[in-house]
Design a binder for this molecule. Structure first.
Ligand SMILES: Cc1ncc(COP(=O)(O)O)c(C=O)c1O
Length: 452
């Protein structure tokens, strides 16, 4: 762990996952953050892939201040509010045709929970009450609440809670880059998609409600992108068995991959979409479930959607969301994510040429990841106890670059870091990220060699 300014501070009453302390944030602007000791950090992961439009955007702050001066809260059972109405309309306009009903929440886990519950209520409302199983992928991440965790495929996060929840069926995520099977990528894509059909048949199609997937993987897989053939086949299989397709775009949505939705890269229209993170880009806790009218109407007709959160459609959060959407659209940040994503990818590929421990570079747009391995040929993992990716994050942090790590192979082994700067980055930021990451990788390489 980094020797941070926090080491001299008194114990905190606050706790999260661990005892790790970090410096105090002083201020943030654009792609940089400063701690109270004046050290500057380049936000190379947009926090947790959140701060898509950068920090302290003056137009967003102004819009929030204007809303604050009017009303910060008006409960949705007592009042409608204009920012929520306008944001719902603008969100619907950014979605594929027919996906035009919007339900606001305060974060990604809530967005996923909402998708699971609306799917279930739709089945009940339309005479398909036997359907309740939600198939998902392993590895995957869909959230920390028990419903979202039940469809999450990341062993250490769910293991302690498994007796408390109804764990859902999992199929392997399409980790084609690990396969040494003589198939080409097209065939591998179909092979992994067909595992969904086998699982639906194994479970009994009449019991299967939905399939949830991240169109471009997030933290659990390290920006996993399936072969093109995968996406259309998955859509086809869901259609064939009346299984609803849920795209979890909590991380990949709002422009991060170079399209507003990652699913657009393959022209897939899912039945439900979960959004959060970049949707309000850290200016307010906000997320959304987007659904088609044909799913919402039968539920509203049969007693209503039995679900909701106190802060849903909060006017201040929605005013922030609207201003963020204005920034994304008026500055073509989606296009910038595509352009800068290519440059970032080229730099990460360059680092892979320099450092043999980089086994794979993958992703789309500004959702990129680097996987570290012991052997590039076999893709054998590094000794898990070395915590190589976590260590790389610390070495980068000490050098003023923030990146994000997770375990690649389901949670207990495998190392990757996500490199996902805000969508406002320019060429000079990409060069700074590549240079600092290169220094951190060199330091990690030396440490691993010394430990051998
Ligand atoms: C794909 C995906 N879904 C859901 C979530 C959960 O979001 P939150 O942490 O806002 O509840 C995350 C968070 O990382 C995510 O990446």
């Amino acid at each position: 762990m980094s020797a941070s300014a926090g080491d001299e501070r008194p114990p905190s009453h606050l706790f999260y996952q661990s005892r790790q302390r970090r410096p105090l944030i002083d201020r943030a602007e654009g792609v940089y953050l400063w701690d109270t000791d004046g050290r500057r950090y380049l936000d190379g992961s947009s926090g947790a892939m959140v701060s898509n439009i950068g920090h302290s955007n003056p137009r967003v702050l102004e819009a929030m201040q204007a809303q604050m001066a009017r009303a910060t809260f008006a409960y949705r059972l007592h009042f409608e509010n204009e920012p929520a109405e306008r944001l719902a309309a603008r969100t619907a306009a950014a979605m594929p045709l027919g996906m035009d009903r919007v339900f606001f929440v305060s974060g990604g886990s809530e967005a996923v929970e909402s998708c699971l519950k609306l799917a279930r209520q739709y089945a009940v409302a339309t005479g398909q009450a036997s359907r309740y199983k939600v198939v998902s992928r392993f590895p995957s991440y869909h959230g920390a609440t028990l419903g979202a965790l039940a469809v999450t495929g990341y062993a250490p996060m769910s293991a302690p809670f498994s007796p408390m929840m109804h764990e859902m069926p999992k199929i392997p995520a399409p980790t084609c880059y690990l396969d040494r099977d003589g198939l080409d990528m097209h065939q591998r894509g179909l092979r992994y998609a067909d595992m969904l059909e086998s699982e639906i048949l194994r479970q009994g199609p009449e019991t299967v409600l939905a399939f949830i997937m991240e169109p471009v993987g997030g933290a659990a897989t390290g920006a996993l992108v399936a072969p093109d053939s995968y996406y259309a086949r998955i859509r086809e299989i869901c259609e064939r068995y009346g299984v609803l397709l849920i795209h979890d775009e909590v991380m990949s949505g709002a422009g991060r991959t170079g399209r507003f939705l990652a699913g657009e890269h393959w022209d897939v229209i899912p039945d439900l979409i979960a959004l959060s993170k970049g949707f309000a880009a850290g200016y307010a806790p906000l997320g959304a479930m987007v659904a088609p009218g044909w799913m919402v109407e039968p539920v509203l007709d049969t007693g209503g959607f039995i679900h909701g959160y106190t802060y849903a459609g909060n006017p201040l959060a929605c005013a922030a969301g609207l201003a963020v959407l204005d920034e994304i659209e008026s500055r073509d940040l989606v296009g910038n994510a595509a352009r800068m994503g290519e440059r970032l990818r080229a730099r990460l590929d360059g680092l892979a040429e320099r450092f043999p421990m980089i086994g794979d570079v993958r992703g789309k747009g500004l959702l990129q990841a680097v996987e570290l391995v012991a052997d590039r040929e076999t893709m054998a993992v590094l000794p898990p106890e070395r915590m190589a990716a976590a260590r790389l994050v610390e070495l980068a942090y000490e050098r003023g670059l923030i990146i994000y790590w997770r375990r690649t192979r389901g949670g207990y082994s495998g190392d990757h870091v996500l490199v996902c700067p805000p969508l406002i980055v320019d060429e000079s930021h990409i060069e700074e990220i590549a240079a600092t990451l290169g220094d951190a990788l060199a330091a990690l390489e030396a440490e691993l060699a010394a430990a051998r």
